[in-house]
Design a protein around this ligand. Structure first.
Ligand code: ADP
Length: 320
């Protein structure tokens, strides 16, 4: 397998300087003296970056929409720096990229503020015409998350699911991570309906226990496995935080241990980096257990660093 398409939103990130990541732009000072650094991040984008860094020979296409402003130009440059394929990065002449800030309070607690309600990425389905669908149908895997689903405009959902059906019929493997963010949904029922549709469609399911508990009220792995008895998946990989990972696939049922990291610095991209490593390793021919093992190591490394995207040199000194 060589080609993966990942659909989601990448945002402009503004971070308090004392909480900043290594690969962000130089700091600027607000009138109130608050130092900020600017970067780019988003769950599916993070997954794409780690996948490509680990498996450089794979073609990793990001499927998203940005604007035609300077920030969007910088963002697309950043995609290219990370060697992502940008043939499905569409440019809106009317909309701008979403933005979020991470602030630290006096106790070191992080809080997130989002400006994404009318971002370019929400309109991505406007760009997915017959030709683009045909191109993506030639891929091996199509990945999206619960955040991608929440970002797609409600009036575009029917078009999205018919696009997914077309991909499935063309033999593309559909992969999905729950990533439940309540603020993206009008209410829980709306989110549940969309997630169940995703479970119906997906061949590879990568849920985290915390997300599952938040939306479906199930926090025991056995109950989550029982929930998925109703679905026809190929691989179910349940991320149980620092405890372990449960996998069900044609290779059987396995529990893969996690080597506990005690000096956790920032868990922002734990699940995203896990997904990138897992999907890349499966594309490269690893077994489910081997892929989970690599994914655990990668996520365990990422959480010992600040920010969603770990500095490239530091990452490649550990994983190349
Ligand atoms: P998310 O909420 O982002 O999905 P999880 O808490 O499910 O993140 O963790 C994702 C992965 O990160 C886990 O499956 C594991 O591989 C790794 N991980 C998380 N916390 C730890 C920890 N304390 N020590 C080692 N690995 C961890």
């Amino acid at each position: 397998m060589n080609n993966i398409y990942l659909l989601g939103e990448c945002m402009i990130e503004l971070m308090s300087a004392n909480n900043s990541q290594a690969s962000t732009k130089p700091t600027c000072k607000s009138p109130t003296g608050n130092q900020l650094t600017q970067g780019f991040a988003g769950d599916v984008f993070n997954t794409a970056v780690y996948l490509k860094r680990l498996f450089a020979d794979k073609k990793v296409h990001l499927v998203t929409a940005v604007g035609d402003d300077n920030f969007s130009d910088d963002m697309v440059d950043y995609f290219e720096q990370e060697a992502l394929t940008t043939d499905c990065v569409f440019r809106s002449s009317e909309k701008l990229p979403g933005l979020y800030s991470i602030q630290l309070d006096e106790f070191g607690e992080r809080s997130f503020t989002y400006w994404r309600s009318d971002s370019a990425a929400r309109y991505v389905m406007n760009f997915i015409d017959q030709q683009v669908t045909n191109d993506i149908s030639k891929g091996d895997i199509f990945f999206f998350s619960g955040i991608s689903l929440g970002v797609i405009l409600p009036q575009h959902r029917a078009q999205f699911w018919s696009f997914i059906d077309t991909l499935k019929q063309a033999g593309v493997t559909i992969a999905f991570d729950l990533n439940y963010r309540p603020k993206l949904w009008a209410n829980k029922e709306e989110a549940k309906t969309q997630f169940k549709q995703a479970f119906d469609s997906a061949d590879v399911l990568l849920p985290g226990v915390d997300d599952f508990a938040a939306i479906f009220g199930l926090d025991a792995v056995e109950d989550i496995i029982a929930f998925f008895n109703d679905y026809d998946f190929q691989e179910l990989v349940i991320k149980n935080g620092e405890q372990n990972v449960f996998c069900i696939s044609e290779e059987g049922q396995e529990v893969v241990d996690v080597t506990l990291v005690t000096n956790v610095v920032d868990t922002t991209s734990a699940g995203d980096s896990f997904n990138g490593a897992y999907l890349g390793a499966r594309m490269a021919g690893s077994s489910v257990a081997q892929a989970v093992d690599l994914a655990n190591q990668v996520a365990g490394f990422v959480i010992q660093h600040k920010g969603a995207i770990v500095d490239k040199a530091a990452f490649s000194s550990r994983f190349n």
